[in-house]
Design a binder for this molecule. Sequence first.
Ligand code: ATP
Ligand code: MG
Length: 505
Amino acid sequence: MSPLLAQTDQARDKKDELRLLVNSRHPIIAIETAEEGRVEELLAEVAAELGVPLFVWSVTTGLARKGADAPIYHTDNPEQALASVALISGDALFLLKDFARYLEQDRILRRMRELGEGFRAARRSIVLSGASLKLPAELDDEVVPFRFELPDAGLLLQVVLGTLAELGKQNQLKVELDSIGLRQLAHNLSGLTRDEARRTLAKCLLARGRADTQTLTDVLEAKRLSLRQEGVLEYLKSSASFADVADLKNLKEWLRKRRGALTAEGQRFGLVPPKGIIITGVQGCGKSLAAKAVAGEWGLELAKLDAGALYDKYVGESEKRLRKSLEIAGQLAPVVLWIDEIEKGFAASGASADVDAGLSQRILATFLTWLQDRQSGVFVVATSNNLSALPPELLRKGRFDEIFFVDLPDAEGRAELFRIHLKRRGRDAAQFDLAALASACEGFSGAEIEQAIISGLYSAFAQKQQLSTEVLLAELRGTRPLSVTRHEDIARLRAWAHDRAVPAN
Ligand SMILES: Nc1ncnc2c1ncn2[C@@H]1O[C@H](COP(=O)(O)OP(=O)(O)OP(=O)(O)O)[C@@H](O)[C@H]1O
Ligand SMILES: [Mg+2]
């Protein structure tokens, strides 16, 4: 076997962990995962090592000994299946796929509990697997959960090598990547399940008949699409950098200092990786833009968590979705995880009035636990308009490194905003009187300044003249900024932030 194909740490650890559970006489082991194939392979290995037979059940095939051809008669009926399990004596492992739903029936639940009790005498374990496992509380004493993580780098490398070999046999495949390139390819598949990784890679390889540097990008693109379909997590490429963000000097300085702490090199040097920040403040002043710019500036990928969608789209499986998204984010590391409008997902009272308080409590607890336990490599940037809606646990010291407050830009910041946005629209900022413009728009947010330039372009075009300082000044005069119409809201925000946050500007 090539050294690249040696067994991965993850595979070894998981096998040890599972063997230990079986050896320590745990009657029922619950594995929540969509990766049924991997579970079955892992169990087969554990069974072989322990020298015990493995039986596998699914509703379509019934109960069959792995390796034997015929299933036991009539066992496609779940109750019969449990009866047969009871009749098989001695040490054995039983994998029951998607069995959890039948435990809602009293007789089956009862049988399962009786089985569980008897199992403690031998090395017999039932493994329940399913993409979404809800087990009845009556089984709490018998069941031990087993965490089955997404594939790690080593396993993904196996997928890459395996897929290349397999496709190479059937097709003409030019492989132009060296071993570093192949490792990068494996890394670019992280966050996907093994089957998804295999499918994604095969599709990209077959489309062009070669594995080269273009394949690296193709795979990332395909992964973006595939994660988007999962719903809550969006995997983005950020093209914004600090040069696109006006003002916010303190924030940029803080971030600049910590650049590199997420890389392996920085960590070898002894830098403590930052965990994350919250950016709050006045509307339209660049909170979301700054979050995106962190990823671009640090050269990292950006994953956006849509916390609001947890409630809207996935009623009933919000927690599971969140856990899954956070796990994927962990696999994508090093990555910037952006949680926009965090109050929508993790507010004390739930995202909307009709979300029950229990659910939003559980969602919050899941998130807090993750914040606490997560490994480094995920830098969280949460943005919010209203931190006072957030529960204090979330803001407590230690969860985030810092809370930044973004205020309206000062004159210098406003001039910079004009410079950036005029340039973005192909205008030479030197042709404009930036000082005059900046002083004419006191109290304007970045978004409002950008808007004035956009409407200025319309006016100038309609009047068949070029965009000029005069045209822009006229636009500014015609605008009543939010800081005037929502004066009190902003005053309240500032008061809240005064002793809780540090200024970003
Ligand atoms: N500091 C800034 N530098 C450059 N552009 C800015 C800045 N602030 C705002 N803008 C412009 O305004 C747009 C809106 O800003 P952004 O969405 O980042 O604001 P926000 O603070 O997140 O607002 P909201 O509270 O509405 O979410 C940006 O896309 C950008 O074009
Ligand atoms: Mg925003």
